[in-house]
Design a protein around this ligand. Structure first.
Ligand code: BES
Ligand code: ZN
Ligand code: ZN
Length: 484
C-alpha cells in the first residue's frame, strides 16, 4: 500500500470528497464539479453518510462523497468508521486507487483527521481469501491526498508511518483469527510467531509440553491434555527501554480451538471456535507494531496456546486440578477453559518474566456478547490508575471498552467447599466472575482484563470491519505500551 501526499489534484480512478453535514469545505476541480454538486443534492435527499457516482467520461471513474457529520462534533473513530464505509463502492468495483480531496476542519488536528481517513480506508480494504480457488482478492494499492497549502506534509508523513504499522498489526491479527483450526494450531502458531519475531526484531522463546510441565503450569496442561496436538507456551520479548525500566506484560488467550471439552458446546456454538485465540492474535499483532515503531518501552507477551478437546485423556467436570500459582481448582465446567490457561500465563509473566503491570485479553465469555455485544469489550481491573491508561489507549485506537465492577461480593461466587476456587461463578455476572477468577492469580500487580468474545469477530461487515475477524485489541495494546 502506498500513501502519497501531494499539493495538486492528481487523478486516481476514484475520488473521495469529504463533506460535513452536506457542507463542502474543499475546492472541487473543474472536471468533477457538476458531479459533486449533484451528489451533494442527492445526499441531502437520502441523508446517507456515503454516496457514490460512476462517471462515464474522463479519468475519474468513481466519485465518493463521505459525510463526516457536524464539523464541531468530529471524532477520530467516527472518521475511521465513515471512511471505512466510504471504501465500499471502490471495493464493489475493484478500484484500488483513490485520491482524497483533503481539507482542514475546525475540530480535529490535521494529524488526527488524516489518521482517521487513512486507517478507515485501509482497515476496510482487508480481505481473507487464502482458501478460495476462484475469485479475485481486493487490495487497496494507493491512497493519494490532494492537500491544501496550509497543511504540513511532514507532520502527516509521520502519521502515515504509524497508521501503516497499526493497520499491518490489525491485519496480522485478523489473518491469525481467520485461519481455520486444522491449519492454525499451537505448533503452527508458534512457528508463525517465531517468523514474525525474526522479521520484525522481537525475541521469541517457545516451550513444549515437557518444558511447560517443568514450569509447573498444571492448569494450562489440564486444558491441553485432551488434544492430540501438543500445547505451546509462546513468549515474545521486546526491551526498548533498557534493563532497569518497568516491563509491561501482555497475555493473550490462545485457544486455537475450543470444542468445550466434556462440557461440550452445541453445534452452533462450536462452529466459530477457531476464533478462540483472538486475544493472542491481538497480542501478537501489537508486538509487531511495538517493535516496528521502536517504542521506548519494555514489553513481554505471553500466549499459552492449546486446544480444548474431548478424548480419553481429557480433563473432566468434577476434577480438582492444580495451578502454577499453587491454588487448587474444582473444574465444574470444562468449557470455562480460557481462564485456566490464563492464570498460569499470568503467573508465569509475573514470576518468571518479572513484569510490573499486566493486560490480559481474551475471548472469554458468552456473557460479554450478551451484555456489551460487538461494540465494546468488557474490562475488569484492580487498579484505577492503570485502568485509566487502558481507557486512554482505547480512546486513541477507537476500540471501545466498558469497565465492569469488581466488588468482593462477586468473588464469593467462585468459592468451592472442596478446593480453593471453582472455575465457574454460576449464571449471574459471567464476565465479571471470569475476570475475577484471573484476578485471584494476579495479586497487587496493576492489571486489566479485556474480554473480547464478541468484538473479536463479526458476522457481517460494518464500517471498517470486514466479515470475520476484526483484529480487535491489537491497536489498543500498542497504545497501552506507548502510554507506558
Ligand atoms: N471461548 C468461550 C467464550 C466465547 C463464546 C467466545 C462465544 C466467543 C464467542 C469460552 O471458553 C466459554 O466457553 N465460556 C463459557 C463459560 C461458562 C461455561 C462459564 C461461556 O461463556 O459460556
Ligand atoms: Zn470454552
Ligand atoms: Zn474458550
Amino acid at each position: 500500500m502506498k500513501l502519497k501526499l501531494h499539493r495538486d489534484f492528481i487523478t486516481s480512478e476514484a475520488v473521495l470528497v469529504p463533506v460535513f453535514k452536506g457542507k463542502l469545505k474543499t475546492e472541487i476541480p473543474e472536471g468533477i464539479r457538476k458531479e459533486v454538486e449533484y451528489l451533494i443534492e442527492e445526499q441531502k435527499r437520502t441523508e446517507k453518510k456515503v454516496s457514490a457516482l460512476h462517471l462515464m467520461e474522463g479519468a475519474v471513474k468513481l466519485l465518493v462523497l463521505v459525510d463526516f457529520g457536524e464539523e464541531s462534533k468530529l471524532d477520530v473513530e467516527e472518521v475511521r468508521r465513515r471512511s471505512g464505509e466510504g471504501l465500499k463502492p471502490l471495493k464493489e468495483k475493484f478500484i484500488n486507487n483513490v485520491t482524497v480531496l483533503y481539507t482542514e476542519q475546525a475540530t480535529l488536528s490535521n494529524k488526527s483527521f488524516y489518521q482517521g481517513i487513512t486507517e478507515g480506508l485501509m482497515l476496510a480494504s482487508y480481505s481473507f481469501n487464502n482458501y478460495k480457488s476462484k475469485g479475485k482478492d481486493y487490495t487497496l494499492e494507493e491512497i493519494m491526498y490532494a492537500l491544501v497549502p496550509e497543511v504540513d506534509i511532514e507532520e502527516l508523513s509521520d502519521q502515515a508511518e504509524e497508521s501503516d504499522i497499526l493497520v499491518e498489526a490489525t491485519f496480522i491479527a485478523r489473518d491469525l483469527v481467520n485461519e481455520p483450526a486444522n491449519k492454525l494450531y499451537p505448533k503452527t502458531l508458534a512457528k508463525i510467531v517465531e517468523d514474525l519475531g525474526e522479521e520484525h526484531g522481537f525475541e521469541t522463546e517457545i516451550f513444549k509440553k515437557e518444558e511447560i510441565e517443568k514450569l509447573g503450569m498444571e492448569a494450562f496442561l489440564e486444558v491441553a491434555k485432551g488434544s492430540k496436538r501438543g500445547p505451546r507456551l509462546i513468549v515474545m520479548r521486546y526491551y526498548g527501554a533498557g534493563e532497569n525500566e518497568k516491563i509491561l506484560g501482555l497475555v493473550g488467550k490462545g485457544l486455537t480451538y475450543d470444542a468445550g471439552g466434556y462440557s461440550i458446546k452445541p453445534t452452533t456454538g462450536m462452529v466459530n471456535m477457531k476464533t478462540d485465540m483472538g486475544g493472542s492474535a491481538a497480542v501478537i499483532g501489537a508486538m509487531v507494531a511495538i517493535t516496528k515503531a521502536k517504542l521506548p518501552v519494555n514489553v513481554v507477551a505471553i500466549v499459552a496456546a492449546c486446544e480444548n478437546m474431548i478424548s480419553g485423556k481429557a480433563y473432566k467436570p468434577g476434577d480438582i486440578i492444580g495451578s502454577m500459582g499453587g491454588k487448587t481448582i474444582l473444574v465444574e465446567n470444562t468449557d470455562a477453559e480460557g481462564r485456566l490457561t490464563l492464570i498460569d500465563a499470568v503467573h508465569y509473566a509475573k514470576e518468571i518474566e518479572n513484569v510490573n503491570e499486566i493486560v490480559d485479553i481474551a475471548t472469554l465469555t458468552g456473557s460479554q456478547a450478551i451484555s456489551l455485544g460487538t461494540e465494546r469489550a468488557g474490562v475488569i481491573s484492580n487498579n484505577d490508575h492503570f485502568y485509566g491508561r487502558v481507557d486512554q489507549a482505547s480512546k486513541k485506537s477507537g476500540e471501545k471498552i466498558w469497565r465492569l465492577p469488581h466488588d468482593e461480593a462477586y468473588k464469593k461466587q467462585l468459592d468451592s467447599p472442596i478446593a480453593d476456587l471453582r472455575n465457574i461463578g454460576g449464571r449471574e455476572a459471567g464476565t465479571i466472575t471470569a475476570g475475577l477468577f484471573i484476578g485471584a492469580f494476579v495479586g497487587d500487580t496493576p492489571w486489566a482484563h479485556i474480554d473480547i468474545a464478541a468484538p473479536s469477530a463479526v458476522e457481517k461487515a460494518k464500517h471498517y470491519y470486514t466479515k470475520g475477524a476484526t483484529g480487535f485489541g491489537a491497536r489498543m495494546l500498542y497504545e497501552v505500551a506507548k502510554l507506558g
